[in-house]
Design a protein around this ligand. Structure first.
Ligand SMILES: Cc1cc2nc3c(=O)[nH]c(=O)nc-3n(C[C@H](O)[C@H](O)[C@H](O)COP(=O)(O)OP(=O)(O)OC[C@H]3O[C@@H](n4cnc5c(N)ncnc54)[C@H](O)[C@@H]3O)c2cc1C
Length: 547
């Protein structure tokens, strides 16, 4: 590879380039210390030129006065806010380069990290609804207690329409009651958890306290309402952010629309050229298109189903699958290794015995030594549709999977709530239920006038219905990850049930799912905390200087 050399650089060119690339003379190199817009524009030129990237960077950016390179990059290196001004001055140049590329995908070549702090769970779920191109991370309800007061007030969103209405006092009383109950139950429940699972001699104090505290907060999270304020960090590329901004602008919730405006302001300072269309007439029209259609479809659905009451269902209901899944998956396994058509291979597979098909599947999956040894694309050949009805806490967790289709219904109190068995056993369920029922009454009351705003009151213990359509490859990933011991029991049972239902119809396809965990555990986090202890011990041992 090192022989690939288009031209040599002069010493002066090398020193100009050196701060921005990881090496000057090899055919594989990385970019560094460059603003996102420069990297995006550079790559877009790269695809339209027969010059090397180093040469383009030198001739068309570093040496081109129009690119304001020295100012933009110099300011980055000096960590000066004037980078924004310099980028704006050079915007015409970057726009021309990017438009010259002619494809929207160029906006995927630059990214940004954005922190959204003090947003409600309603807003957080809209951000996390993103799939391709956005990676979110949210403050955990397992490791962080949500009982801290700031200036004497719990951290929940005061929804402006409600606060401006006659419901303001009732709204705050209801949410305060939820947070008061959450706070009051932490210590008694922690004592109960510890009394049920005493520390053994092999477990450190640290691991034991972390695991029992995590268990306590897991049990109590059902009291937290959707208004609970959280922090979400996002990393994403420009194209994904642009679409996200449009979706935020189309939201029925004022908080979410305002969040979109704030995010645009910040993204304009990092990747302005990639997100600018979200605020142009085109972006505004797109948001209007999304919100108008959503409103009209909602009205239509309400009219169509006015007289129909929801049927009662189990938590996990498999509503659709392909009876020919096994034949199609086996054909897809063989496909890349032949020059036959998919139909020919399928015909051949139909003629095989069940045992012969199993042998093909086993060969394809080989020895899976961990859940990270995932099936390949042949397992994307078949899909399953599930109708799920589970507590919002479980929904929030499973919602984070992106390689599938998920769509939820409104946050409501219509489907009742879930009481963790531990609260019953600890004799602490009474206050928990009282707070939840008061929240349901308030939600019902306010939703008559303000249905969108009332969704902020719904606590995580209430059940929500959502649809999940996923292929078999994602089934392996989701079920093995989400049934693992350290998971929350409410989504572990869903993952285990998905496994059982697919096993019943497609045993040969699911037989290699070796890392599904069907056990129940008293203290889910304990094993993970013990592993952390071993790592800490190992690290400390490595740090001890050898004499
Ligand atoms: C025990 C546990 C604790 C957790 N704690 C927290 C927490 O405190 N805070 C929090 O925010 N989340 C938490 N999560 C959620 C976690 O961060 C993931 O969002 C979630 O598990 C989805 O996993 P995934 O990305 O592997 O799955 P999917 O989104 O379903 O993706 C499937 C696979 O596709 C690939 N993939 C998908 N998207 C990308 C991408 N953009 N780039 C590269 N590869 C991609 C990856 O290989 C991925 O494993 C927790 C999850 C678990 C299981």
């Amino acid at each position: 590879m090192d022989d690939f050399r288009e031209e040599s650089l002069t010493e002066q060119e090398g020193s100009l380039l050196q701060p921005f690339i990881t090496n000057l003379d090899r055919s594989v190199f990385g970019l560094r210390n460059l603003p996102e817009v420069v990297k995006g524009a550079l790559f877009s030129r790269y695809s339209r030129s027969d010059k090397s990237l180093r040469r383009i960077l030198l001739d068309e950016f570093i040496k081109a006065p129009e690119a304001s390179f020295t100012r933009i990059v110099g300011e980055v290196v000096n960590n000066n806010n004037d980078q924004l001004v310099a980028t704006q001055q050079a915007e015409a140049f970057y726009d021309r380069v990017l438009i010259g590329y002619g494809d929207d995908s160029v906006a995927e070549l630059g990214g940004a990290h954005i922190a959204c702090e003090g947003i409600s769970n309603i807003a957080a779920k809209v951000l996390e609804d993103s799939r391709i191109g956005i990676s979110p991370l949210e403050k955990s309800t397992r490791y962080v207690p949500f009982n801290r007061k700031i200036n004497g007030r719990y951290s929940y969103y005061r929804e402006p329409l409600i606060i401006a209405s006659t419901y303001a006092e009732r709204y705050e009383a209801t949410l305060d009651h939820l947070f008061d109950t959450y706070t009051a139950l932490i210590e008694p429940l922690l004592s109960w958890v510890q009394s049920c699972t005493p520390k053994d001699t092999n477990t450190s104090e640290r691991a034991y306290n972390s695991a029992t505290r995590a268990k306590t907060l897991d049990i109590l999270r059902g009291l937290l309402p959707m208004a609970t304020l959280t922090n979400v960090g996002l990393f994403g590329n420009g194209r994904a952010f642009e679409y996200l901004l449009v979706k935020l602008a189309a939201s029925p919730h004022e908080e979410v629309r305002m969040l979109g405006i704030s995010m645009q302001q910040e993204l304009d300072q990092i990747i302005p050229s990639f997100v600018k269309r979200a605020k142009t007439e085109r972006g505004v029209q797109y948001a209007r298109y999304l919100s108008t259609n959503a409103k009209h479809t909602q009205l239509l659905a309400q009219k169509l189903f006015e007289q129909i009451k929801p049927a009662s269902t189990s938590t996990v209901q498999l509503v659709e699958y392909d009876p020919d899944a096994e034949i199609k998956v086996v054909a897809a396994i063989l496909y890349p290794h032949t020059d036959l058509t998919f139909d020919q291979i399928k015909e051949y597979v139909i003629g095989l015995s069940a045992q012969e098909r199993v042998e093909i599947i086993d060969t394809y999956l080989g020895e899976r030594e961990s859940r990270f040894h995932r099936p390949g694309r042949a397992f994307e050949e078949t899909y399953y549709t599930f109708d799920l009805l589970a507590d919002l806490g479980a929904y929030r967790d499973l919602h984070r999977h992106r390689v599938l289709t998920q769509e939820r219904q409104h946050y409501s109190t219509h489907h009742g709530y879930v009481v963790p068995i531990e609260l019953e056993e600890a004799n602490l369920a009474q206050d928990y239920c009282k707070a939840l029922e008061y929240a349901a009454q308030t939600t019902e009351l306010i939703s008559k006038d303000l249905p969108d705003a009332a969704q902020y009151i719904v606590p995580f213990a209430y059940r929500i219905r959502w649809r999940m359509k996923l292929n078999l490859r994602e089934v392996y990933h989701l079920v093995e990850l989400r049934s693992s011991r350290q998971g929350h029991p409410s989504y572990r049972t869903i993952a285990q049930e998905i496994y059982r239902q697919i096993s019943a119809i497609h045993p040969a396809l699911i037989a290699n799912m070796r890392f599904v965990d069907l056990n129940d555990y008293a203290l889910e986090r304990l094993a993970a905390e013990q592993r952390i202890d071993s790592k800490l011990k190992q690290r400390d041992q490595n740090q001890i200087p050898k004499s």
